[in-house]
Design a protein around this ligand. Structure first.
Ligand code: C2O
Ligand code: CU
Length: 463
């Protein structure tokens, strides 16, 4: 059975069912995050619960909230049978706390621990996830939301964190399909789930009132899925991308594209009426629009809709000055099925594509498979860098830079919104620019996690 058929079979089997929704609660008690095996009812109730890997037993992990300028202090306690580490995605973090096993720390072994303690300079929507064999550990459930609150928060009636995910389950028993390193998914679009959901359930729902104003924090925690989303019964504005505020709210008029690891903060007003259901809807694999999160309307918050929202207060250090005199880097994304790559450097020697594939590697960044002792670039602290990305593959890739945010440079030299993950489409070159103001060893990789594991990972050094 092909992956695609399996996907359809599972979706068909669960049509017309309903379930309960639950939001993770704020972590209390000792300041630990325990990575451990648990069971979660992700699939409809007629299925068995799924054996998942979690932080503190919940899927997604506990929702962490901290004020801007504060610190996150958590001891990772590893009760899993394998080593693990946590990456705090999008935080402009102290390098030693970045959580990349093999680059910034040794993974905590089974029975071991690692103390994370770092400042959060920026307000916004971030997330945390395993960064040791992430293609498997994140797929098994090791991720959660990290919200950094503005001291001067926008006026909304409620704040909802929506962790969007998909899970590839065996339709027979609702357990994860293995292997996680499937050559077919590694060399194509990545591991796509056959069950989609929000906050750990296939049928997330939250009751709202008419004309209520919500802040929706969308996080794509899936391994490889690019969510295509629309609002139904909601009027909305995008106010931040990847945690970083936009200079002005942008009305949501078209579809929202949310690539793996990206975040969108929306402010939405409920325009559906009492008794109706508003929703965040997604474009599904079978070309149907289906709810990704439902908002049944019960009662009225007010008789009329409010005025448009104000912009979020900006974060510090959002400027990318001096792009005309910036250092220029060129990165070519290569490989994959139906690609043009004949081979690349791997473990210090040149290898043909067929031999690479034999070792489970299908991708390269500028001729190099995975990371080596030598960084892709060594940058001087404080300098501005422009990096051209050429996607010479047949797939889209969600390229993520650790430690610093960047802006896209348009052809006319204007700068786009500040982000940490950008979707690169085949044969559409794009350029990003950033200030290398954070010293350390930083990964740059595709956030389709199977791609990252099979070659599409590089690192840069800032000193
Ligand atoms: Cu969210 Cu290196 O990743
Ligand atoms: Cu990729």
């Amino acid at each position: 059975m092909t992956l695609r058929m399996t996907r359809r079979a599972f979706c068909g089997a669960m049509a017309g069912t309903a379930g309960l929704a639950a939001l993770p609660v704020r972590a209390t008690g000792p300041q630990t995050l325990t990575a451990r095996v648990a069971k979660a009812q992700i699939a409809p109730p007629k299925y068995a619960p799924t054996a998942v890997w979690t932080y503190d037993g919940t899927l997604p992990g506990p929702l962490l909230r901290v004020f801007q300028g504060g610190r996150v202090t958590r001891r990772l306690v590893n009760e899993l049978p394998v080593p693990t580490s946590i990456h705090w995605h999008g935080i402009r973090i102290d390098n030693a706390m970045d959580g990349v096993a093999g680059l910034t720390q040794e993974a905590a072994p089974p029975g071991g621990a690692f103390d994370y303690d770092f400042a959060v300079p920026d307000a916004g929507t971030y997330w945390y996830h395993a960064h040791t064999n992430s293609f498997e550990q994140v797929a098994r459930g090791l991720s959660g939301a990290l919200i950094v609150e503005e001291t001067d928060a926008p006026d909304v009636d409620r704040d909802e964190v929506l962790v969007l995910d998909d899970w590839l389950l065996n339709p027979e028993d609702a357990q994860f399909m293995e292997p996680f390193r499937h050559p077919m998914s590694l060399s194509h679009g990545g591991r796509l789930g056959n069950l989609l959901g929000t906050n750990g359930t296939f049928d997330f729902a939250r009751e709202v009132r008419a004309n209520e104003r919500l802040r929706l924090r969308l996080i794509n925690a899936s391994n490889a899925r690019i969510f295509v989303l629309r609002l139904a019964g909601l009027d909305g504005w995008t106010v931040a991308l990847d945690g970083m505020p936009l200079p002005a709210p942008e009305p949501v008029e078209a579809e929202l594209i949310l690539a793996p690891a990206q975040r969108i903060d929306l402010i939405v007003d409920v325009t559906a009426e009492d008794g109706e259901t508003a929703a965040l809807v997604r474009f599904d694999d079978d070309d149907q629009w289906r709810p990704q999160a439902r908002f049944p309307v019960a009662g009225n918050a007010s008789a009329t809709q409010r005025d448009g929202p104000a912009a979020l207060p900006p974060n510090p250090n959002m400027a990318v000055p001096g792009i005309d005199s910036a250092r220029r880097l060129d990165m070519v994304i290569q490989g994959g099925a139906m690609g043009r790559m004949s081979g690349a450097m791997m473990n210090g020697r040149s290898m043909g594509f067929r031999d690479m594939a034999g070792q489970g590697k299908f991708w390269a960044l500028s001729g190099q498979v995975g990371i080596t002792d030598t960084p892709f670039a060594s940058l001087d602290r404080g300098e501005t860098v422009r990096m051209k990305l050429t996607n010479d593959t047949a797939f889209a890739h969600a390229m993520h830079l650790h430690g610093m945010h960047f802006r896209q440079v348009a052809d006319d030299g204007t700068l786009g919104p500040m982000r940490d993950t950008i979707l690169s489409y085949p044969d559409e070159p794009l350029e990003i620019a950033f200030v290398a103001d954070n010293p350390g060893k930083w990964l740059f990789h595709c956030h389709m996690l199977g791609h990252a594991a099979s070659g599409m990972t590089a690192w840069i050094k800032v000193s």
